[in-house]
Design a protein. Structure first.
Ligand code: SF4
Ligand code: SF4
Length: 380
């Protein structure tokens, strides 16, 4: 119901919305021990103060505040944006809490960390664990994953696979993510073999952002197709089991409050289709919070002169209808700008499909036993 309303409000370009974001992104930890080029943690970006990204760990209080407001409406919660989530020892507890709202949960990590409690991640009910490994040997891997230790990563992947077997669970799905650069393209087949031998479910060959401005020797591979190599894929029945993994712990009061939410009793007339002015889908579907409680509209990082902090979690106001959300939606609807118009008016990266896109929604609703709703929502 929430995703349907979201789509209607997106299509009619409403500036004040009733739907709640169904894609949540949060950083359990803003910091990272690696320093990949182009990232907010790279030596170059930190030296030049290119981003406004203070380090810190997400507190239980801030997490609860966020998940209480948005969790029951969410289809997916991603536990990373610009930080290493595994560095926060409370991350597995946060994942379990999100599962109590029936959201699918995903984490992405370098896993180049000394302390990794694999059993806690398996017990959390986590759906997907993406591990970023862009190479099959240390010398190739560390060209992008600066300070990373590939043997430590492999050891942690093994720990996760073993913990999963000990628990008799198929979750989390372990996906090796391989950003394809010119310098590592020759190791892709070796990486596929290694992923299979470690017990990963899949390996995702992905196209990276261009970081050549910071290091011209690091270039995206040309002619390498982005693809998923299936190694040990699960089927929809498996996902159905994990969708409601902790049936006895469902936060019934929160779900009930969500059903009692003031849904508009309106017909389609209340949502006239907008002119075809382009707009950013994130402003209607997602919200992002960093470990300091800053609420951002999307995965872009705030920077000097780049106004992207739309609200703060400690505010009592509606975090999805902040004055900056409204001003940004108004900018796309009518072109109007004013002193409160945020960075969106200057944004050069404007996605026209939601971050949690129709494919994710279909997958989520199929796991929830509602495949027809998923098909219907498949056209954003
Ligand atoms: S591992 Fe991720 S968060 Fe850490 S420096 Fe690299 S890109 Fe940034
Ligand atoms: S317009 Fe750009 S800055 Fe604004 S929410 Fe969309 S992607 Fe983010």
């Amino acid at each position: 119901m929430n995703a349907t309303l979201s789509r209607a409000e997106y299509r009619s370009r409403r500036t004040v919305v009733t739907a709640r974001p169904f894609g949540l992104i949060l950083d359990p930890c803003n910091g990272c021990t690696l320093a990949c080029p182009g990232c907010v943690h790279s030596v170059e970006t930190r030296r030049n103060g290119l981003f406004d990204w203070p380090r810190g760990l997400l507190s239980r209080q801030r997490f609860d505040n966020y998940i209480e407001r948005f969790g029951p409406f969410a289809a997916m919660v991603k536990f990373w944006n610009y930080g290493e989530p595994v560095l926060n020892p409370h991350t597995p507890e946060y994942i379990r809490t999100a599962k109590r709202s029936l959201a699918q949960t995903v984490i992405s990590s370098s896993l180049s960390v000394r302390h990794f409690d694999a059993d806690a991640y398996v017990a959390s009910g986590l759906d997907y664990f993406l591990v970023s490994i862009d190479g099959a040997t240390q010398s190739v891997y560390e060209r992008f994953r600066r300070n990373g230790d590939i043997e430590l990563v492999f050891q942690n992947v093994r720990k996760l696979v073993e913990a999963r077997s000990r628990a008799g669970s198929k979750f989390p799905v372990i996906a090796w993510q391989y950003l394809a650069f010119e310098h590592n393209r020759h190791e892709i087949s070796q990486a596929v073999e290694k992923a299979a031998s470690l017990g990963c479910n899949e390996i995702r060959i992905a196209r990276p952002f261009d970081v050549g401005r910071e290091d011209p020797s690091i270039q995206p591979a040309t002619g390498v197709e982005a693809r998923i190599v299936a190694l040990d894929m699960l089927d929809v029945e498996d996902y159905a089991v994990n969708w409601n993994r902790f049936a006895g712990e469902i936060d019934g009061a929160a779900v009930q409050r969500a059903f009692e939410y003031a849904w508009p009793a309106a017909g389609p007339d209340e949502f006239p289709p907008a002119s075809d002015n382009f707009t950013c889908s994130w402003l209607y579907t997602s919200t992002v919070m960093d470990s300091g409680g800053r609420v951002l509209p999307c995965c872009c990082a705030p920077a000097p002169g780049q106004d992207l902090v739309f609200a703060h979690i400690e505010s009592d106001r509606d975090l999805f209808n902040s004055p900056k959300h409204i001003a940004a939606r108004e900018f796309f609807r009518s072109g109007a700008t004013g002193p409160g118009t945020p960075h969106c008016a200057k944004c050069t990266w404007i996605p026209n499909t939601p971050d949690i896109d129709p494919v994710h929604l279909r997958h989520y609703l199929a796991a929830a036993g509602e495949p027809e709703a998923g098909e219907w929502l498949g056209h954003w």
